[in-house]
Design a binder for this molecule. Structure first.
Ligand code: NAD
Ligand code: DAU
Length: 334
């Protein structure tokens, strides 16, 4: 099976490239990535040179570039991880998000349709549903996004469904909870807090820290996407959730304990505008129809994630000493 995977130099994309190449002999994979600030070829050092792997630096919103890639590679399947992903950045740079998450998705759909792709898996987010006080979202819950990021992802997801209804194009949309694990860019809560604590710096908790997020470890997400790749039904959506829900403050305390730090490291900072209060996914459909289930607990996942960041200081130090540091200072310290 020829797989075109986009965004494979980012956090979850690179974990999936590694997962597929290690696990599946039947796959030939091309990774298409623009290498934005979040794309990092250091994430893929161990697969470079693999006989079933190739890399193309390209923008998914560039029609000519996509036509060239599809003509050359003729993929059977497309998995679209490429996106602008950080909610805070979407508040200050919304156009970047619309360009990649909406126009990029559309461009990829159009090239995929013209090329006769037999399955298109859109990697999307629970954030398209908005915020939920009680209960859980299922796949029929209407979208109600809060940020320019989630609104852009919701638009991309609507386009995938529209291509199914209009052209019978075999798109599938996944809505996942928050990922965590190795290679996550240190702007997201878990890697930012781990690396700040390793550097003996403060950790910025937004608002009161009582927001609830649901967490999935990288290997569980990779297995969920593999089940959809093999058995997912065209035109459908699947929630990918674990039930591992926790407030940001509870999560922060777990990290403090794992890293032998105290509450003194916490700095309460201004809240994120439009901050969603609670996310909660009902993942019954994926579990009952495709047989997937998550196996990594939040505590085990956090322990191995902390260990990975301890062991890969050069990886994150390079990132934090450059572009990200300037961005972070501007956002939170004027
Ligand atoms: P990331 O920010 O770590 O990486 C994104 C990758 O996409 C980078 O390699 C970047 O270079 C590439 N990219 C960005 N714009 C591009 C473009 N125009 N053309 C080609 N490549 C481009 O992302 P992540 O956190 O691993 O998320 C991957 C996907 O999963 C995204 O679609 C995101 O919306 C979705 N998602 C993320 C989470 C999460 O918790 N991080 C949860 C649910 C869903
Ligand atoms: O729910 C899935 C989404 O999870 C993905 O679609 C997004 O791409 C991904 O970035 C993530 O979004 P969040 O906004 O939930 O992740 P983030 O790590 O930015 O923040 C997690 C929570 O922690 C959120 O409530 C905001 C809060 N937070 C975050 C940062 C970076 C803080 O309190 N302090 C921080 O410094």
């Amino acid at each position: 099976m020829k797989v075109l995977l986009t965004g494979g130099a980012g956090f979850m994309g690179s974990n999936m490239v590694r997962y597929l190449l290690n696990k599946r002999q039947d796959i030939e994979l091309v990774n298409v990535d623009k290498l934005t600030y979040a794309g990092n070829l250091d994430n893929l050092k161990d697969v470079t040179g693999h006989p079933h792997y190739s890399f193309v630096k390209a923008d998914i919103a560039d029609r000519e570039a996509m036509e060239r890639v599809f003509k050359k590679f003729h993929p059977d399947v497309v998995i679209n991880y490429a996106a602008e992903t950080h909610v805070d950045r979407s508040i200050s740079r919304p156009f970047d998000f619309a360009m990649t998450d909406v126009i990029g998705t559309l461009t990829l759909l159009e090239s995929s349709r013209a090329s006769g792709v037999t399955k298109f898996v859109q990697i999307s987010t629970d954030e398209v549903y908005g915020s939920i006080e009680d209960g859980e979202w299922n796949e029929s819950t209407p979208f109600d996004p809060s940020s320019p990021y989630s609104a852009s992802k919701a638009s991309g997801d609507h386009l995938v469904h529209a291509y199914w209804k209009t052209y019978g194009f075999p798109g599938i949309v996944t809505h996942s909870c928050n990922f965590f694990g190795p290679y996550q860019y240190p702007e997201k809560l878990i890697p930012l807090f781990i690396t700040n604590l390793l550097e003996k710096k403060k950790i910025p908790v937004y608002g009161d820290g009582a927001q609830v997020r649901e967490w999935i470890f990288v290997s569980d997400h990779c297995a969920a996407i593999e089940s959809i790749l093999d058995r997912g039904v065209a035109g459908e959506s699947y929630n990918i959730g674990t039930g591992n829900r926790i407030t940001n403050l509870e999560l922060t305390k777990k990290l403090l304990a794992t890293l032998d730090a105290t509450d003194d490291s916490i700095e309460y900072v201004k809240d994120r505008p439009g901050h969603d209060r609670r996310y909660a996914l009902d993942a019954t459909k994926l579990k009952s129809t495709l047989g997937w289930k998550p196996i990594v607990s939040i505590d085990d996942g956090l322990r191995s994630t902390v260990q990975w960041y301890r062991d890969h200081e050069a990886w994150w130090h390079k990132i934090k000493s450059g572009e990200y540091l300037a961005y972070y200072k501007e956002q939170y310290h004027g």
